[in-house]
Design a protein around this ligand. Structure first.
Ligand code: 5AD
Ligand code: SF4
Length: 472
């Protein structure tokens, strides 16, 4: 284990040296042009990708690129997602458009990374049809961006560096935080669950947990830097720590994070129902910092479909778990993910999903139409319903979910709750937007100096998925 730490430390040192070299090289280029070099960063997909993009941006800023919202930049990086087909299509669409910018600015560099790049068919397609791409890398070597840029500057042709998997976790490299007051923190990478529809285990590799000491020291330094809310990130946080040299449970990690002075709020994502322990529920119930929100993907309400999905819980087990959580933390907000149209889903199975939705009454739910991912077991299952039937089911589910969410959101109307002020309201700049512990948003009048602070706000009116309020 010690040897591995040394390798990771050496790797981080090597990357920092490359960054120093590039800084000098790019500042010369910028002087030549008489303007700063710019970068544009596009991120698709989940919170893990968003976190990776912060790391990529940290490296780009360190070597001297300045961020721009325009795609007409000197360096464009696209962090891709492949969890559903439409995410892939958006990337190809965008790549086509980028060609014209590259014609105008021949020094422009285009880099692609993320989950989609872990699929060899995708990389082949880009090599053949999108030859204006300069750098391709995957999910395991985000820390190498500077090295890949240097390699590209010194060579002709596309630089491609995709790893099948890794045991390495390289610590202590720069990261450009999107907010000053809240931050995502990786606690683990990869997934071992192999839900039969899901491509994530193939593109993100096997589960690897960061050491608790590294996580705690990162959070401490974030807090020292003004962060008051952290989101602990992993594909399945409930199995955190199992494979560490000194195993530790997720609940134990949470207890250690809770003790960090100055940290006010703790969130985490995502929990797999099969691994959510009584120990975790007990820790949540007694914690004063863990937010009153749990995202608990159900995927389907049919025990048969859940079994075909390889989720390893039944409808009844899911419902019992929800009861247990609500008993321990009565005011908790529950959200979920649901897939409609899994190949073996019949009308009767779909009715089971609606039944769970009606019984649990989620505060909100992300609903997805099943998307076939090549290489997953579900891709070779025969579809029980037509596309039209699936679309009709999806619409019914969405209506049900939205009607229930509107009603459940109302339950806090009139009460005064603490929010963390996140920024100006996007629609109306005279208003601020704050987030409640239960993850709902509140818009209220206030000065922008309050951004980053905690305020008590009266939830005057529920608007279905958010509130209008006033500082009390
Ligand atoms: N099709 C549709 N939805 C999917 N998800 C994962 N894979 C697929 C797929 N092939 C959904 C699941 C997961 C969320 C992040 O994406 O609901 O919880
Ligand atoms: Fe995909 Fe299942 Fe792993 Fe979530 S737990 S990332 S749905 S395989």
């Amino acid at each position: 284990m010690k040897a591995e730490t040394n390798i990771n430390e050496l790797e981080a040192k090597k990357q920092r040296e490359i960054m120093e070299r590039l800084k000098i090289r790019l500042s010369r280029k910028s002087e030549e042009l008489g303007r700063p070099l710019t970068y544009n960063s596009v991120c698709f997909g989940c919170q893990m990708n968003a976190k990776d993009s912060e790391k990529l941006e940290g490296i780009l800023e360190t070597i001297g690129y300045v961020k721009t919202d325009s795609e007409e930049a000197d360096f464009l990086i696209m962090n891709t997602c492949t969890v559903r087909e439409n995410a892939n299509l958006r990337v190809y669409g965008r790549l086509g458009q980028l060609k014209k910018y590259k014609k105008k600015n021949t020094d422009m560099m285009i880099a692609l990374c993320g989950c989609m790049m872990q699929e060899s068919l995708v990389v082949e397609k880009i090599k053949q049809s999108y030859r204006h791409v300069d750098i391709i890398f995957g999910t395991h070597n985000v820390f190498k961006l500077a090295e890949l840029i240097e390699k590209k500057l010194d060579s002709e042709g596309m630089v491609i560096d995709i790893w099948d998997g890794t045991t390495e976790i390289v610590e202590d490299l720069p990261s450009d935080r999107k907010y000053n007051f809240k931050c995502g923190v990786n606690i683990m990478f990869g997934c071992n669950n192999f839900c039969s529809y899901c491509i994530v285990p193939y593109v993100r590799g096997r589960e690897r947990s960061r050491k608790p000491e590294d996580i705690i020291s990162e959070i401490k330094s974030l807090v020292a830097d003004g962060v008051s809310e952290v989101m602990l990130l992993g594909q399945n946080v409930n199995s955190y720590g199992r494979n560490l040299e000194k195993p530790i449970t997720f609940a134990e990690l949470l207890e250690r994070v809770e003790q960090i002075d100055g940290l006010m709020r703790i969130r985490f994502m995502t929990s797999h129902p099969k691994d959510l322990s009584d120990e975790l529920i007990a820790v949540m119930a007694k914690s004063s910092k863990i937010c009153k929100h749990l995202h608990l993907p159900m995927q389907s309400g049919s025990t048969k479909v859940l079994s075909d999905m390889n989720r390893r819980y039944t409808k009844e087990e899911y419902l019992t778990l929800v009861d247990k959580i609500r008993k321990a933390v009565p005011d908790i907000s529950l959200t979920t993910d649901i897939i409609v149209g899994f190949p073996t889903e019949t009308e009767a199975d779909f009715e089971e999903t609606l039944d769970v939705v009606r019984r649990v009454r989620f505060d909100s739910a992300f609903t997805f139409i099943y998307s076939k991912r090549t290489g997953t077991p579900a891709a070779s299952m025969e579809a029980a319903a037509t596309e039209k039937e699936v679309k009709a089911r999806f619409d019914r589910l969405l209506n049900e979910v939205q009607d229930i969410a509107k009603e459940t959101c109302k339950r806090f109307e009139g009460s005064i709750m603490e929010v963390l002020v996140e920024g100006l309201d996007e629609q109306d700049e005279s208003l601020l937007t704050g987030r409640l512990s239960n993850n709902l948003l509140v818009h209220f009048p206030g000065e922008k100096e309050l951004v980053g602070s905690f305020q008590n706000v009266k939830l005057v009116e529920s608007k279905g998925f958010y509130y209008m309020g006033e500082i009390s």
